[in-house]
Design a protein around this ligand. Structure first.
Ligand SMILES: NC(=O)c1ccc[n+]([C@@H]2O[C@H](COP(=O)([O-])OP(=O)(O)OC[C@H]3O[C@@H](n4cnc5c(N)ncnc54)[C@H](O)[C@@H]3O)[C@@H](O)[C@H]2O)c1
Length: 329
């Protein structure tokens, strides 16, 4: 039986990952400070004999040392996430995204130096590409971030530092690290409270409120179901060739945000209207967005079998049903 640690395990992606690991037969420890996540996300596995839940921060050195001891695998998902949260709290974003990763990698690297075996997955983000103007982004493309005066870039910059640290831990200390750059991940349990667009649209459509589309709505994104993403993460961690590499993970089918809003209204059978709001009204005058965000998935598909099971329509329907029924599966 593998012993596995999931940081941020009561968050949106972390809770689905935890369920999948338990399903696989692992003994799973979750650590989460519930800053944006909630223990209720793990309601379906609460009391599971192979699940240990620790409410605490991976910013605490002693706790990190204790939790990593004896683990075969660590999935590091704890982070400050969400455009609205980052725009509001750039300092917290940087602190939450850099220091805990440094602590974790340092603790794991010490174990490797003692001759112990452990493997680590780092959850990164498409935000690392910044506003690279290419139509599709490949893992070795340049990082094109905006200026430090615009706080939103602190998310991509902090996750890029995590990637640098993870890759250095592999090269310099032989700690096996796999890095996944997630594009937009969606599904049940995702909250709209920190600016995530699909749950925000579904909440509005079900409440008969207007769907607020930022800017002209022509910016494009690709949405992947959390179960497809979790499957890819587990497959990457089971593939030796993935070690020491960065992978785009998500969907490569772009849709404009306006089209997404229209699909949500249609599928929810809602009478809600869409209305437009400028970025400066939604965030502040310093906000800058990314117009197009599409991954090249060649590396992922050449490394694992990646066949997403969900279409966007299927995902939207499932999120609507989950919200209607308060079914968080
Ligand atoms: N959801 C997406 O579309 C998306 C896209 C790209 C990358 N990611 C990455 O995936 C990971 C998970 O994101 P998510 O969407 O599930 O967000 P989430 O906010 O639901 O999950 C993050 C979890 O980490 C916890 N956390 C934060 N700081 C912590 C700390 N110091 N100690 C312990 N727990 C802490 C939060 O309480 C939360 O439960 C993050 O690393 C994020 O950067 C997500």
């Amino acid at each position: 039986m593998r012993r596995v640690l999931v940081t941020g395990g009561s968050g949106f992606i972390g809770s689905h990952l935890t369920e999948a690991l338990l399903e696989r037969g692992d003994s799973v420890t979750v650590v989460d400070d519930e800053s944006t996540g909630s223990a209720t996300n793990l309601a379906a596995v609460q009391g599971h004999e192979r699940l240990t839940y620790v409410q605490g921060s991976v910013g605490e050195r002693e706790l990190v040392e204790q939790l990593t001891a004896g683990m075969d695998e660590v999935y590091h998902l704890a982070a400050a996430v969400g455009v609205a949260l980052i725009a509001r709290k750039p300092m917290e974003t940087i602190e939450r995204n850099i220091y805990p990763t440094e602590l974790l990698l340092s603790s794991l690297r010490t174990r490797v130096q003692r001759g112990e075996s452990v493997k680590c997955f780092l959850a990164s983000t498409s935000e690392v590409y910044g506003k690279n103007p290419k139509d599709t982004w490949s893992e070795d493309d340049d990082i094109v971030l905006g200026p430090t005066t615009k706080p939103r870039w602190s998310y991509g910059a902090s996750k890029a530092i995590d990637e640098f640290m993870g890759l250095a831990a592999w090269r310099e200390y032989g700690l096996p690290v796999v890095i996944g750059r997630f594009f937009n991940v969606v599904g049940p349990r995702q909250t709209g409270a920190y600016g995530m667009v699909l749950p925000r649209f579904v909440d509005a459509a079900l409440a008969g409120q207007p769907l607020i589309v930022h800017d002209d709505g022509q910016q494009t994104r690709c949405f992947a179901h959390v179960h497809d993403v979790v499957k890819a993460v587990l497959a990457l961690m089971n593939t030796p060739e993935a070690v020491g590499k960065v992978f785009n993970v998500g969907s490569d089918q772009p849709i404009s945000i306006l089209e997404l809003a229209n699909q949500v209204v249609g599928l929810a059978g809602s009478a809600s209207k869409t209305c437009f709001q400028s970025y400066s009204a939604a965030y502040d005058d310093d906000f800058e967005d990314i117009r197009r965000r599409v991954p090249d998935l060649s590396r992922l598909k050449n490394t694992i079998t990646y066949e997403p099971a969900f279409t966007l329509e299927g995902i939207i329907r499932q999120v609507i049903d989950a919200k209607k029924n308060q079914d968080q599966s």
